[in-house]
Design a protein around this ligand. Structure first.
Ligand SMILES: Nc1nc2c(ncn2[C@@H]2O[C@H](COP(=O)(O)OP(=O)(O)O)[C@@H](O)[C@H]2O)c(=O)[nH]1
Ligand SMILES: [Mg+2]
Length: 249
């Protein structure tokens, strides 16, 4: 197995350097074979240049012209990695240290053959959240609950972004037909994986709030998630087959 770890960044210069150091340690253990692509939206804090200056031959930077939302960043990353058939698993991971390298081995171990998605999950036994304000926890938990009810998907963390997708799963999806710009990208990908009949495995993770930099979460992102999730839920009920055709090739 060879994995590509995709890390989207917007003004994450300090955090992403720390994360790359931890990944370097894991990589040097030789138990796991992976490279990294940082997907940067022209961060004013020079995240891309700083990553480049580390001169790590297993770290690539995909530079995008401007801040364009998490969904667009990830879809650009998927398109990029799918062109190189040496990578058979694609990991998605936040740059800010919230997703611990420590949890990666258990996630790698949970990969199922064929179309598969491994979901780092906070809201199951063994999972937890550290230093997140109660308000953020409530938002995340209620967001997942709402999405789970609206879409009929029985997973405990639909908004988390620490995941592993198999190449087979991503290749089976119409990624260009997806709409989500912001963080509801995570919900839309879980829905698409569900419609593609992928094997979904939940692995408990500990999510640690960032120390450096600031969150890019905004009211607009929450509103988009609410509107889109409701729209997807209604569409699923009214036209379930059309929905499947929309997402799955
Ligand atoms: N390339 C790119 N990355 C983004 C964008 N918005 C958020 N991110 C990254 O997505 C990850 C999660 O964002 P974060 O602000 O930590 O969200 P939070 O953990 O929900 O508060 C971080 O690595 C961000 O730098 C964006 O518009 N473009
Ligand atoms: Mg964060």
């Amino acid at each position: 197995m060879k994995a590509m770890i995709l890390i989207p960044t917007y003004n994450e210069a300090t955090s992403v350097v720390e994360l790359l150091h931890s990944l370097k340690d894991l990589r040097e253990s030789k138990d796991y074979v992976f490279d990294v692509t940082v997907i940067d939206d022209n961060s004013p804090d020079k995240t891309a240049e700083i990553v480049d200056s580390l001169a790590l031959d297993w770290v690539f930077v995909l530079r995008r012209a401007k801040k364009d939302g998490l969904g667009n960043a990830y879809r650009a990353g998927f398109a990029h990695v799918l062109k190189d058939s040496t990578y058979d698993q694609i990991v998605t991971m936040d740059a800010d240290g919230s997703h611990r390298v420590l949890d990666l081995p258990a996630m790698f171990a949970a990969i199922a053959p064929g179309k598969s998605i491994v979901l780092g999950t906070r809201w199951i036994a063994g999972g937890s959240v550290v230093n997140w304000p109660k308000s953020r926890q409530l938002l995340s938990r209620s967001g997942t609950r709402y999405a789970s009810l609206a879409l009929g998907i029985k997973l405990a963390d639909l908004t988390g972004g620490f995941r592993i997708y198999s190449r087979q799963l991503l290749e089976s999806l119409n990624l260009t037909a997806m709409d989500a710009t912001g963080y509801c990208f995570q919900i839309e990908m879980a829905l698409a994986a569900h419609l593609a009949d992928a094997t979904a495995t939940q692995v408990p993770i500990t999510f640690v709030e960032r120390i450096n930099g600031v969150s890019k979460m905004s009211r607009a992102i929450v509103i988009e998630a609410l509107i889109e999730t409701t729209r997807w839920g209604v569409k699923r009920r009214l036209r379930p087959n059309a929905d499947k055709l929309h997402y799955v090739k």
